[in-house]
Ligand binder design. Structure first.
Ligand code: GNR
Ligand code: NI
Length: 179
C-alpha cells in the first residue's frame, strides 16, 4: 500500500504529456496498485498517472459508490469495481454532447459544468498486455474523457470560460495562502 502525492493546479507537471508504456512489467503493476491506493484514499472516481507525476500512460477508474451497511449502525462497505486502462486512446466520440458537473483531485473543492461528447470508444491494454476496445456512455464516458485529458496535459479548467477558470484559480490560490 502506497499513497502518492496528488499534484494540484497550477503545478507545471500537470501540463506534461504522457508517453506510451513500453512493456507491462512489475514496475507498471506497482504503479497501477499505488494509483488505486491513492485514488481510493482521496475518494476519487478516477486517477491519471500525470496527476501523480508519472509520465507513462496509465489510468485507473472506479465509479462504484460504497454500499449501504448490512445491519443498522454498521459501516458502509466499499463494493469495488476497479478498471485499468494502459495506453488508452479515444478512437471515436459521438456528435451528441452531455453536460456533467465535474470535479478533479488536482483542483480540490471546485466544480464546474463541462460539456463533452456523450459517448466515446476507447482502445487500451490491460495488465496482461491484452488489447481491448469498447464504447462507453454516461458517467464512465465523462470520466474516461476527463482522464484522457490529463494524459494530454489538459484539466477541466481548459474546457470552461476564462471568467470561471480565473475565479477557480483565484479561489485555489487564496485557499492555499490560508493553509
Ligand atoms: O473524482 C472525480 N470525480 C469526477 C466527477 C465528475 C467528472 C470527472 C471526475 S474525475 C475525478 C477524479 C480526478 O480528478 N480524476 O482525474
Ligand atoms: Ni482530474
Amino acid at each position: 500500500m502506497a499513497i502518492m502525492e496528488i499534484l494540484e493546479v497550477p503545478d507545471p507537471r500537470l501540463k506534461k504529456i504522457a508517453k506510451p508504456v513500453d512493456t507491462i512489467d512489475d514496475g507498471v503493476r506497482k504503479i497501477v496498485s499505488d494509483m488505486f491506493d491513492t485514488m481510493y484514499d482521496a475518494r476519487g472516481i478516477g486517477l491519471a498517472s500525470i496527476q501523480v507525476g508519472i509520465e507513462q500512460a496509465v489510468v485507473v477508474i472506479d465509479l462504484q459508490e460504497d454500499e449501504p451497511p448490512l445491519e443498522e449502525g454498521g459501516e458502509p462497505r466499499p463494493a469495488r469495481q476497479p478498471h485499468v486502462f494502459i495506453n488508452p486512446e479515444i478512437v471515436w466520440q459521438s456528435e451528441d454532447l452531455n453536460t456533467y458537473t465535474e470535479g478533479c483531485l488536482s483542483i480540490p473543492e471546485n466544480y464546474a459544468d463541462v460539456e463533452r461528447p456523450a459517448r466515446c470508444r476507447l482502445k487500451w491494454l490491460d495488465l496482461d498486455s491484452v488489447a481491448h476496445e469498447k464504447e462507453f456512455d454516461g458517467l464512465m464516458s465523462t470520466c474516461v474523457q476527463h482522464e484522457l485529458d490529463h494524459l494530454a496535459g489538459i484539466v477541466f479548467l481548459d474546457h470552461i470560460s476564462r471568467l470561471k477558470r480565473d475565479m477557480i484559480l483565484k479561489k485555489l490560490a487564496k485557499a492555499r495562502k490560508a493553509a
